[in-house]
Design a protein around this ligand. Sequence first.
Ligand code: MG
Ligand code: ZN
Length: 361
Amino acid sequence: MKKLGLIVLAFIVLISCNGTETFNKQEAPRAKNIILLIGDGMGVAQVYAAMSVSEEPLNFERFKHIGFHKTYSADDYITDSGAGGTALSTGIKTCNQCIAVDSLGNPLKTILEYAEENQLATGLVSTSSILHATPASFIAHELDRSNYENIAMDFLDVDIDLFIGGGKKQFADRKDQLNLIDSLHHNKYIVVDSLENLNTEIEGKFAVFTAYEHNPEISNGRGDMLPNSTEKAIKILDKNENGFFLMVEGSQIDWGGHDMDIDYVISETLDFDKAIAKALDFAEKDGETLVIVTADHETGGLSLIDGDLNSKTIQVNFSTDDHTAVMVPVFAFGPGAEEFAGIYQNTDVFEKMMKALGFEK
Ligand code: MG
Ligand code: ZN
C-alpha cells in the first residue's frame, strides 16, 4: 500500500510538472515592434465627442481589444502627466510632478531604455515640446517636470534614434550658455528644424525640432505634423531588424480640457486619430507590431449632455479645468493585444508591453 502511495504521488508530481511546462509554452505572442500612442487628457467622453461630430468613422473603432486603466498616482487621487507618464513608461506609480524617478529622486528605468538595451530602435513624437512631461517620462529622470533644461540634458544620456517635437529653446538658448545642439551633433545626430527636412532615405539618428517651444494648436497652423511625424518615424525606425519602440503623443487634447474648449478638444482628438491611422495601417501590413492607444488621465470632467448625430452637433459640459480621476480607455491591436482587455493599473500597461516584447527586468 505504502509503495502504491509513493507511485501515485510520483505520478501526480509528474503531471503537475508537465502542466507547468505546457503553461509556459502558452505565453502571449511576442511583438517585434510597439507603437504606444498617448492622448494626453483623453477620456471616453473626448473620444466619443470626436466620434459624434466626425463625418467618417474614427480609427478608434478599428480596435477589437479594449480595456481601462486606473490613473491615480503615488501621492494623489488625481494624477498629473509626470506621474501618469512615469506609470506607463516604468511600471511604477510615483509622485505628481516626477519624471521617471521615485519620490526620493531615484531613477526608474523606462521601457524606452529597456528597448535601447535590447537593441531596438527608439523614438518619441509629441505635439508639445519634446521636453514636456509625457515624452520626458520615457527618457529623462527628474524630480521636477518643469526643469526643462535638465530634461534636455537627459536626452543626451540615452541613445534614442529619433525624436520629433518642439523644445529647441532648451537645447539652443540655455541659461547656462551650453549649446546642446552641438552636443547632439557630437553624439552623431542629424538635427533639422522642420519635418520637411527630415529625409527618411538617409541612415542616422535624428533630432527634429518642429517648434522653438510648443507646437501650435491644430487650429493655429500645425497642419498634419502629428500624422506625418508618425508615418516618418515608423519608416525610419522600421529599418532596424531587431524592431522598434515608438511613443507618439497627442499632447493638446489635455490643453483643450484645461481651456474648457470643446472645439480645441475635438480638433486635437481628430488629429490624434489620424496618427492612430498611420500606426494601424503599418501594423496591419507588418503583422509583428503591437499598437496601444491610451491616455495618462482625463482632463475637464467632460460630459456630453445633448447632441444630434444627423447635424453632427453636441452640447457639452466641463466640470473642471483640471484633471479628473476616472479610468481611461486602452485600445490595443496586434500580437499581445488581447492582454489589454480588462481593468488594471496604469503601471500594468508597462508590464504588458515588457511581456509582449519578451524583455526581462
Ligand atoms: Mg503631455
Ligand atoms: Zn493637464
